[in-house]
Write a protein that binds this ligand. Structure first.
Ligand code: SAM
Length: 214
């Protein structure tokens, strides 16, 4: 079992079944699938979910930010790990019907109390929260990676972690991903590495020059 309780595991298995049927449908549709992308979960996938889960349990962040709730697949992993370490997840999503689905699934998983669902434009929602953020999952539409990074980075805590998904796939987003990675590497106090897990994760950790652990 990956998640902490049978209820959470059952919700995960349902998401996996839907992800498999989405993948089949997207394969059949080809490029035409992009026009109806809001119908699909577009999940980080099990490998990345497990990586996020392990990192949160080991690192024990207090405040976790998710940019791009979608239907709640990644939120399930974040919330399950957050509950284990007494953290809270703030998850942001523009599409209310997606976030409502996520909310119902997290409630069924017994994890609703670990999640603060915020519906609206992520840039506006980020501006309204003073932070700090200790752990960030960046998985929003790809043209928003850079403006979102610029909005949350000043509120990232020391030793805070950023996981940015889709760095390698899909290939159509590589221009935006290059711009994101360039912005991350321009920050002297971020140590960053590309992990070939799932669709490719850029894992960045804030280590400022004055950090006594350095
Ligand atoms: C790739 S999906 C997230 C997948 C999710 N993290 C998972 O693993 O299940 C990206 C999401 O970003 C949302 N999004 C796009 N633009 C947004 C905006 N301006 N503010 C908030 N969310 C937005 C989309 O509606 C979409 O659901």
């Amino acid at each position: 079992m990956i998640l902490a309780t049978p209820a959470a595991q059952a919700v995960f298995e349902r998401y996996e079944a839907r992800a498999a049927s989405d993948a089949q449908r997207m394969k059949e549709l080809g490029p035409a699938g992009f026009a109806i992308r809001d119908e699909f979960l577009l999940p980080v996938g099990r490998e990345v979910g497990e990586l996020l889960h392990a990192m949160i349990r080991a690192h024990r962040p207090r405040r976790i930010l998710e940019l791009g709730t979608s239907y709640g697949y990644s939120t399930l992993f974040l919330a399950d790990a957050a509950k284990a370490v007494g953290a809270e997840v703030v998850t942001m999503e523009l599409a209310d019907y997606k976030q409502e689905h996520a909310r119902s699934q997290l409630a069924e998983a017994g994890l609703a109390d670990a999640v603060d669902f915020r519906c609206g434009d992520a840039l506006e929602l980020l501006a309204a929260d003073a932070g700090p953020w200790d752990f960030v999952l960046l998985d929003i539409w790809k043209e928003l990676y850079l403006p979102c990074f610029e909005a949350f980075y000043p509120k990232l805590s020391e030793e805070g972690v950023i996981c940015a998904d889709n760095i390698i796939e899909p290939a159509m987003s590589r221009g935006e991903m290059r711009a994101y990675r360039a912005a991350v590497s321009a920050q002297a106090d971020l140590r960053s590495t590309l992990l070939p897990v799932g669709s490719g994760i850029e894992l960045s950790v804030k280590w400022s020059a004055g950090n006594p652990k350095l």
